[in-house]
Design a binder for this molecule. Structure first.
Ligand code: FMN
Length: 212
């Protein structure tokens, strides 16, 4: 199915994004539309294209109840959003290497010899990588997906709030996921805005940039 963007104006999408913490609780997002949103989101880049991001879309009452004790001061987002999308990084992301690189060859996106060469280098690299390094990769790549998700959501007419305030140690288990494998990155609440949000100040480039 083709994308159904409601807003396709980059300035509106980016400059008018605000963290929205209160949503119209009657507006749900269908699984079909959510699938489109996620398929757009994963156009984000990732380290060696391993795409370690995993999404748990928590939209049901049971799922929201499981999250409720873990979201600290973010209860309103949990109660009113169409979904709380929990982004995890898969510490075994290399399991998908064959599918990612093999499909790229099948679809003529990558020559066979490039795939072979890449996997030959990457396979021992991932095997020997320290868990801390895998977690760092998960956070960097997962955060890029998170940002993309927030912009994509606006194109579909929804708003979001990135949420870091939750019980990181407990969230995988609460969603019946293997906590040794799935490392939490952030939650993004998504839904139809029930408030305007507020504009916030950004330090100008002059304050935060060095020119070498
Ligand atoms: C990693 C991260 C974690 C955040 N955690 C929370 C949170 O737990 N609760 C919340 O209400 N907002 C949270 N925010 C939203 C920020 O407060 C917000 O992005 C910032 O104030 C700028 O406002 P804006 O998003 O409207 O531009 C978080 C943002 C980021 C990037």
């Amino acid at each position: 199915m083709s994308n159904t963007y409601k807003v396709n104006d980059f300035s509106k999408i980016m400059n008018e994004r605000r963290s929205i913490r209160n949503y119209d609780p009657t507006v749900k997002i269908s699984q079909e539309e959510m699938t489109q949103i996620i398929n757009d989101t994963v156009k984000a880049p990732s380290s060696v294209n391993m795409q370690p991001w995993r999404f748990a879309v928590v939209a049901s009452d049971e799922g929201k109840s499981a999250l409720a004790p873990l979201v600290r001061f973010n209860k309103v987002q949990n109660e009113t959003s169409a979904a709380m999308i929990v982004i995890f990084g898969d510490l075994n992301s290399f399991e998908h290497a064959e599918k990612i690189y093999g499909t790229a060859v099948e679809q003529n996106l990558m020559p066979q010899e490039v795939k072979d060469r890449q996997l030959e280098v990457l396979s021992p690299l991932f095997e020997q990588m320290a868990t801390e390094d895998k977690k760092e990769m998960a956070i960097i790549d997962g955060a890029l997906a998170g940002m993309n998700l927030m912009l994509v959501a606006r194109a579909y007419g929804y708003d979001t709030n990135p949420i870091g305030g939750f019980e990181r140690e407990k969230i995988a288990e609460a969603l019946d996921m293997d906590k040794e494998r799935y490392y939490p990155v952030m939650i993004v609440s998504i839904g139809k805005a029930n408030e305007e949000g507020y504009p916030s100040y950004r330090l100008p480039a002059a304050d935060i940039t060095t020119w070498k």
